[in-house]
Design a protein around this ligand. Structure first.
Ligand SMILES: [Zn+2]
Length: 154
C-alpha cells in the first residue's frame, strides 16, 4: 500500500525495520530515513547536507527537498515529501536520471573541492543528446537552482 503521509520521528537510532509512515530524522548524524512510500518497504536513507537533501521542520511536519528518486530500486518511485504529505512525481527517463546524477556530482565537486578544473578528465560523465555542454553554465550557477528543477521532475 502506498504511504500518503510521513510523521517525523526525531531519533539517533533508527529502528530495524523502520515503520511505514514515519520519517526518522537524526540531527546528530544529519541523516533521515524512511521506507519507500510505494509500499515496497525498501529503506530510503537520505543524507542531509548542502549538496544532498534539506530537511524543513515546521514544528509539526517535515519536508525534504529535493524530491526522492528511488532509481536504484526496482519500483523506480519518485516523490516529494511536502509538509509530511507524499506528493507523487512522474518517473524519470534513464537519460533524465543520468543528468540528475551528473548534476549531483557536479554540485558535490563544487562544494567540496571548488569548481572542477577540467571536466574532460572525467571519463564517466554522461553524454547526453542535445549537447549537454550547453547546459553547463546554468548548472554551474549553483546547486540550489538544480534542486528546484529536480523537484519539478520535468
Ligand atoms: Zn518502492
Amino acid at each position: 500500500m502506498k504511504t500518503e503521509k510521513l510523521a517525523p520521528v526525531f531519533t539517533d537510532r533508527f529502528p530495524n525495520p523502520m515503520e511505514e509512515g514515519r520519517l526518522y530524522v537524526s540531527m546528530t548524524l544529519a541523516i533521515a530515513g524512511h521506507l519507500c512510500c510505494c509500499g515496497c518497504k525498501t529503506e530510503v536513507v537520505t543524507p542531509l547536507s548542502p549538496t544532498d537533501w534539506t530537511l524543513i521542520f515546521d514544528g509539526d511536519t517535515v519536508s525534504l527537498d529535493p524530491s526522492i528518486g528511488n532509481w536504484s530500486f526496482h519500483c523506480q518511485s519518485h516523490y516529494l515529501i511536502v509538509r509530511g504529505a507524499v506528493d507523487w512525481a512522474p518517473k524519470w527517463s534513464k537519460e533524465r536520471i543520468r543528468l540528475g546524477r551528473y548534476r549531483d556530482r557536479l554540485a558535490k565537486e563544487r562544494f567540496f573541492t571548488g569548481p572542477p578544473k577540467d571536466q574532460d578528465q572525467d571519463s564517466d560523465q554522461p553524454r547526453l543528446r542535445g549537447g549537454w555542454r550547453s547546459r553547463l553554465p546554468r548548472l554551474q550557477s549553483g546547486h540550489k537552482s538544480g534542486s528546484t528543477e529536480k523537484r519539478r521532475g520535468s
